[in-house]
Design a protein around this ligand. Sequence first.
Ligand code: NDP
Length: 292
Amino acid sequence: MTAQIIDGKAIAQKVREEVAAAVAQRIAAGKQPPGLATVLVGDRVDSATYVASKQKACQELGMISFHHHLPANVSQEELEALVRDLNADRRVHGILVQLPLPAHLNEERVLSLINIEKDVDGFSPLNIGRLAQKGREPLFVPCTPYGCVYLLEQAGVPIEGAHAVVLGRSNIVGMPAALLLIGKNATVTICHSHTRNLPEIVRQADILIAAIGKAEFVRGDWIKPGAAVIDVGINSKPDPTKKIGYRLVGDVNFEEAKEVAGFITPVPGGVGPMTIAMLMKNTLRAAEIQDV
Ligand code: NDP
């Protein structure tokens, strides 16, 4: 069996086009363009690259981006004061504090301060709490898990009643992905670094979400035939045939898994492009919520 490849790049592009059309309609109707404030603390190269991509996406879709770059030694009070200012700024509909923050800052306190209506990353305790509770709806779902579930839905993979195995329990991917799948009536097993007999558990998965950050860790013979495999991992693997000396691979051994799975996302070009597309969708929603 050869799996159907879920083309995240094409699906993300479609989401972006839909968002751009809705933004143009808002502006034609005399409403404000959605505004996204990004806050970057320190000089981590990866964080700066992510933030730059988010700002670029805003521009491409007709939104406004407001960028704030704070030094690595900024105090908790200064960062909190900025978040309060952004909460009060009516041009700003969404606030994104790029994680991780330097160790001296209290991430939980900063995220708690973001007005729930502007929490487009979906990481504030209120949004996560609502995601975790039966019958409650978060205003925003964290972007990467939202992208994973969106890909499953677009591929026509049934979620209700399926056994979903989530590898990883981080606050930004694994845990919210598991909560989202439970909310969609999947039966969910969450695995982490202390889980025993991982291959046996993965073999039971109708849906596998892999988010552990270990190159090609999941082998083809762990996959249940016909399963849907969503590979969130982004890892660099040495590759002397490439000019840069490496290539990006996921947490799943793609070549092996695609022979067994029913559906699979590639890396790159699977979940990666969805994260920013869903952030743009969340920012549009934030503007719509704040219209009324
Ligand atoms: P974290 O490092 O925060 O979390 C990794 C999780 O994997 C932890 O829960 C950890 O367990 C678990 N884990 C580690 N080793 C094993 C193991 N051997 N067996 C089982 N579980 C294990 O990573 P993130 O969630 O932030 O990211 C995961 C991957 O997804 C990374 O490759 C990252 O680059 C990628 N990513 C991709 C995004 C995208 O847009 N496509 C966005 C965000 C992340 P424990 O809790 O016990 O430590």
